[in-house]
Design a protein around this ligand. Structure first.
Ligand SMILES: NC(=O)c1ccc[n+]([C@@H]2O[C@H](COP(=O)([O-])OP(=O)(O)OC[C@H]3O[C@@H](n4cnc5c(N)ncnc54)[C@H](OP(=O)(O)O)[C@@H]3O)[C@@H](O)[C@H]2O)c1
Length: 287
């Protein structure tokens, strides 16, 4: 392998950091690495990486510094030493407020900052199916997009460094909602002796059907208009009451259906009984 690309540094060689460093090496970037537990660098060094003796030495070695550690406290620990002329790309999962605070701190220390979120498992890093979302100043992203593309498909979300973590929060809520719905459904079917595997065809159809509704629903959210094209909140409420009552009598957990019903009841009380389901967005906007 010839190392002709832009030099990069990777701080943190856990499951994900190690995969990121490996992808940079495969793409031909001279790659400097540092990890608190030095032994985790052995394989990467054997593949051509340079092991730095400290985070500060690693940061000094390349204009682009990718950080991927456990949490924001660990980021603070590894971002040691001068950052003049460096662009820090923080791919550690975090919160929007911490990303914005980190961007200010890095700027005070003379560096540029992009926050990012990896929507992939370590094995997929470096393939087209790995999507990495970035937020922070567009010119910084553009300057390093080619190098960052070594990690997978890059997506710039906007100039606000908090946007990546905000998208991550939104996506986690979406995923947990789907998973809890599936698990709750499996528990209900279990009372009738139906396995989760047998539930799959109908569960998949439901998820695909809802995914098909999203473009129209997204427009309604953006326009704040909730036409009852496919059923009113009141109609849903009647079905929700049934699910709560039956869950209680079947002896399965009824917390999720109760929460869903409570939100719809509040929407109806706010005058949206005859509106479409999207009217519930106003309940999610309320603390
Ligand atoms: N794994 C995934 O599938 C995945 C997917 C998307 C996003 N992510 C995100 O990627 C980040 C890293 O995840 P991971 O799976 O790589 O975790 P991991 O395997 O547990 O690695 C954690 C890394 O953080 C380092 N670290 C922790 N505390 C430190 C400290 N105080 N000072 C210096 N280094 C410290 C560890 O160093 P030692 O080796 O010395 O312990 C290790 O390099 C997380 O924010 C995670 O949410 C992971």
């Amino acid at each position: 392998m010839t190392h002709t690309g832009t030099p990069v540094t990777v701080l943190g060689l856990g499951l994900m950091g190690g995969a990121l460093a490996g992808a940079f090496l495969r793409a031909g970037h001279p790659t400097t690495v540092w990890n608190r537990t030095t032994a985790k660098a052995d394989d990467l060094v054997a593949r051509g990486a340079t092991l730095a003796e400290s985070p500060a030495a690693a940061i000094a070695a390349a204009p682009l510094v990718v950080v991927c550690v456990s949490d924001d406290d660990a980021v603070a620990d590894v971002l040691d030493g001068p950052l003049d002329g460096r662009v820090v790309v923080n791919l550690t999962s975090g919160t929007p407020s911490r990303a914005r605070a980190r961007a200010e701190e890095v700027a005070r220390r003379g560096g540029g900052y992009l926050d990012g979120g990896i929507m992939a498992v370590p094995e997929a890093v470096g393939t087209a199916s790995s999507v990495v979302a970035y937020s922070g100043p567009r010119p910084l992203y553009d300057a390093h997009a080619l190098t960052l593309d070594s990690l997978g498909t890059g997506l710039h979300l906007g100039d606000d460094p908090g946007l990546s973590a905000t998208h991550e929060m939104a996506t986690l809520v979406l995923v947990w909602g789907m998973l809890d719905g599936f698990l709750n459904g499996a528990a209900i079917l279990g009372t009738a002796g139906v396995s989760a595997t047998a539930y799959l065809p109908i569960a998949r159809t439901a998820i695909d059907t809802v995914a098909g509704w999203l473009p129209g629903y997204a427009r309604q959210v953006d326009d704040a208009t909730y036409p009852a094209d496919d059923g009113t909140v009141d109609t849903h409420l009647a079905a929700m009451a049934n699910v709560v009552q039956e869950s209680e009598s079947l002896g399965v957990n009824a917390e999720l259906p109760r929460l869903v019903k409570a939100l719809a009841e509040r929407a109806a009380a706010a005058g949206h009984g005859a509106s479409g389901y999207v009217a519930l967005v106003e309940q999610f906007r309320t603390p």
